[in-house]
Design a protein around this ligand. Structure first.
Ligand code: SF4
Length: 305
């Protein structure tokens, strides 16, 4: 599968089938916490990376095998609003499926009226807001040179008031970067201007692009929830990974290509498929030169290089 992956268990969205219309690491940010590593295709102009028909044909095939879904998510290992056909893609997904369509975005292009119109076709938009000023924007998101925090924030605020669907905002909190009281108070002020249905507070649970990035303590996360409202993503449980691909190894590859998995998740996934040789598959993953293993917070995490 080139464009469609999963379904994967999403703590916010449930059983989510992912559609990725962009190449790996095509993004206008290079976030310090990014779970797919540093951005190597930094860009801020929208392109038709792949033909829309190819993506929809593949999705149609996968949908025949997966009826039990909660949502179809347009998401990638980069920023999906960079896909020039995003609006048509959402229209086409609605044509072939009655599942809600969610788009996960870093909010960078929401200042663009065309992007607002296109992403506005989704049922759920999950924008991220990690920064509260230009300095924190540069430090956390490391954006494309043409992006300014003020413009990005104004775009997010404007879109939030015009969007007719569900807007679920996320803030990524990192220890000693943006989890102090002064930062939280700045988010508090900004949140007053955004119209959202849900707020999720997250912290990098998977290996980040920069290894000196750390998760916030549970105590600090609780304080943030108290001050900002919303829900801590770590308090939500996720289900099991799932794949229609028959071969166990190929099934894991198809998931970790887009979504890193740690050893326990892989074991759980293989057990759910009643696989016998779990240890040898994990050893094979460790020996595979196309796979990177990262030891993060005591867990070995696997992701495709
Ligand atoms: S976290 Fe998202 S927005 Fe940030 S660099 Fe990674 S893909 Fe881009």
């Amino acid at each position: 599968m080139k464009y469609v992956y999963g379904p994967i268990p999403s703590r916010r969205l449930g059983k989510s089938l992912g559609v990725s219309p962009i190449p790996k690491k095509a993004c206008n940010f290079s976030c310090v916490y990014c779970q797919v590593g540093r951005t190597d295709m930094m860009m801020n102009s929208r392109r038709t990376f792949f033909p829309l028909e190819e993506i929809i044909n593949e999705l149609e095939q996968v949908l025949k095998l997966n009826e039990n879904l909660d949502v179809i998510s347009v998401v990638g290992e980069g920023e999906p609003t960079l896909y020039l056909q995003l609006g048509k893609l959402i229209d086409e997904i609605h044509r072939i499926s009655d599942k809600p369509v969610a788009v996960i975005t870093n909010s960078a292009l929401l200042y663009d009226p065309q992007v607002q119109t296109e992403i506005g076709k989704a049922d759920i938009v999950l924008p991220t807001l990690d920064a509260y000023d230009e300095a924190s924007f540069r430090k956390i998101n490391r954006p494309h040179g043409s992006l300014e925090f003020k413009k990005v924030l104004e775009g997010l605020i404007e879109f939030s008031h015009s969007f007719q669907g569900e807007l679920w905002l996320e803030i990524m909190l990192m220890k000693d970067i943006n989890d102090d009281l002064s930062s939280l108070e700045k988010y508090q002020e900004i949140l007053k201007k955004i119209k959202y249905n849900r707020l999720y507070l997250n912290t990098p649970v998977r290996p980040p692009a920069e290894l000196n990035i750390n998760v916030v303590s549970e105590e600090r996360m609780n304080e943030a929830v108290k001050l900002l409202g919303g829900t801590s993503i770590s308090s939500l449980s996720s289900g099991c990974f799932f794949s229609e691909i028959k071969d166990d190894y190929e099934a894991i590859l198809s998931i970790i290509k887009r979504h890193p998995m740690n050893q326990h998740e892989i074991e759980g996934f293989l057990k759910s498929r009643k696989t016998q040789n779990i240890d040898s598959i994990i050893q094979e993953l460790k020996n595979d030169e196309s796979i990177e293993t990262v030891n993060y917070k005591g867990f070995i995490t696997f992701r495709v290089k």
